[in-house]
Design a protein around this ligand. Sequence first.
Ligand SMILES: Nc1ncnc2c1ncn2[C@@H]1O[C@H](COP(=O)(O)OP(=O)(O)OP(=O)(O)O)[C@@H](O)[C@H]1O
Length: 236
Amino acid sequence: MSVHLSESPPAIELRGVYFHYDKQEQESTLSIKDLAVQTAEQVFLYGDSGSGKTTLLNLLSGVAVPSKGEILLFGQPFSKLSSRKRDKFRARHIGVVFQQFNLIPYLSVLKNIQLASYFAKKNKGDIENWAIDILLGLKLPLEVLHKRAESLSVGQQQRVAIARALINQPEILLVDEPTSALDISARDAFITMLTEICLQLNTTLIFVSHDMNLKSFFRTSIDISEIKTTGVHHVN
Ligand SMILES: Nc1ncnc2c1ncn2[C@@H]1O[C@H](COP(=O)(O)OP(=O)(O)OP(=O)(O)O)[C@@H](O)[C@H]1O
């Protein structure tokens, strides 16, 4: 049993979640009995390769749905929504940065970012100025704005993927292994900027990485094998 002192529901809540890719298999790929993450919390999620970190992000972004149990976001039964409504919810409230960035290579950096705001159908005023603010915050030179995404370095593409995920000022940001292409000083500067931007936007951040050096940047860290085995984990 858990006691929540705050009035508002957690940003993220998992209740009795089971997931398997192969429905024939008896054993679940991921089983989390109980997990709650409060609004604006920044969580470092780590664990062995194949332990289910990306699978958990897929469930949290609604790309996958639990075979059993449910996922609530801000108290809303996210995983029970129709896929159309889940897509809409994701576009409006969740920023996702996948390992492969998923930028559209032949579009400019600005167009890639604008596309995300178009899908969210949010009226956020001047998207171009906001995109510039984020890119500057992430220390990307402004001359990249009109360059094709494919012409950027891997480290620059990572930042554009983050900028695109932040353009709609998401309530939740899910980031999968984003620093692998950066050297140590660039990595530390990047993570500091990312956590500061999330703080400013009051965004709940789930940050997946193998790089244990990054753990110290986060107040909360979760070893996925612990939440799978102990079953109960409340953050804050
Ligand atoms: N599309 C898929 N179809 C079937 N099995 C999958 C699929 N994706 C992942 N798996 C399996 O699910 C398990 C969890 O994989 P997942 O990618 O979530 O782990 P991970 O912790 O993110 O690993 P890594 O750190 O290597 O990225 C693994 O055993 C993997 O083989």
